[in-house]
Ligand binder design. Structure first.
Ligand code: ATP
Length: 265
């Protein structure tokens, strides 16, 4: 049996009276896409924030390659090999795609920011940044200002920035959000290519993407994992159907790829 690269054991996080993470146990394996789904407010981002180190759990443990990292700071986790992308793009609009990724490379290498010499002019930094841009298929846009990139391309720059740290675990918070069908399809292709080299934890509301990409899916409701398994097991799980159907705001119907979850305002 393969050893998990990342494990969560008994993780709990409260915000006042809200239990956003409730006794979560999960294992993530290298070469797998593990999707985390659940209704709005189920606690998906809160879980990602704890894995990335931006939030401290109230109880439980997080282990990365056997090492307890529960209370390690973000930069230490990043150095160990955990990277994340954000729901909103976190790039500088006035900088080129290459400059944005070069800054992420410098952060990885622990360089202080040399404002008198742009990061892209430091040869090894430039090479590493171009490699990361190449991994997301954006080398031809390297010198384009971020503000002139399409929304989908900006999301790709965000992923290249995360790839700059050569992660072994990549946490993706809604990478398809706000994208059109074509950009979403390209993102699906990219994530499929990336998974051979790392473990991907995907939080995503696009169920077609989730069910076509994920090797395993875990379902979070009110901070608790109510089901975890292959897409087929999740599709058939009575607990999942009941949990979604129990939510008045959510309808669930069969599509070619399985569950279609729609949230209504
Ligand atoms: P969505 O799919 O809408 O992004 P989510 O599953 O990512 O939702 P979280 O954002 O993790 O859910 O929120 C889980 C619960 O914790 C919600 O009830 C939310 O209101 C609450 N919450 C999250 N962050 C905070 C915070 N900093 N302070 C107080 N409550 C919070």
């Amino acid at each position: 049996m393969t050893t998990p690269v990342l494990t969560l054991r008994g993780l709990c996080k409260d915000f006042g009276a809200i239990r956003a993470t409730d006794q979560v146990n999960l294992d993530f394996f290298s070469g797998e896409i593990h999707a985390l789904i659940g209704p709005n407010g189920a606690g998906k981002t809160t879980l990602i924030n704890q894995i990335a180190g931006e939030l401290k759990p109230d109880a439980g443990a997080i282990r990365f390659e056997g090492q307890d990292i529960t209370f390690q700071p973000v930069h230490r986790r990043s150095a160990l090999g955990i990277a994340r992308t954000f729901q909103a793009t976190n790039i500088f609009n006035g900088f080129t795609a290459l400059d944005n990724v070069a800054l992420a490379v410098q952060a990885r290498d622990g360089h202080s920011f040399r404002f008198w010499k742009p990061a892209r002019r430091v040869e090894p930094v430039r090479d590493a940044a171009l490699t990361a841009l190449g991994q997301v298929g954006l080398v031809h846009r390297a010198d384009t200002r971020a503000s002139r990139l399409s929304y989908g391309e900006q999301r790709l720059v965000g992923i290249a920035m995360a790839l700059a740290s050569s992660p072994r675990v990549l946490l993706l918070d809604e990478p398809m959000a706000g994208m059109g069908a074509r950009a979403s399809a390209e993102m699906v292709g990219l994530l499929r290519r990336l998974k051979d080299r790392m473990s991907l934890l995907l939080v995503e509301h696009d169920m077609d993407a989730v069910f076509s990409l994920a090797d395993r899916i875990s379902v979070l409701v009110y901070g608790r994992i109510i089901a975890s398994g292959t897409p087929e097991e999740i599709r058939r799980s009575p607990a999942v159907r009941e949990a979604y159907l129990g939510e008045e705001e959510i309808t669930l119907e069969n599509t070619a790829t399985g569950l279609q979850v729609e949230t209504h305002a």
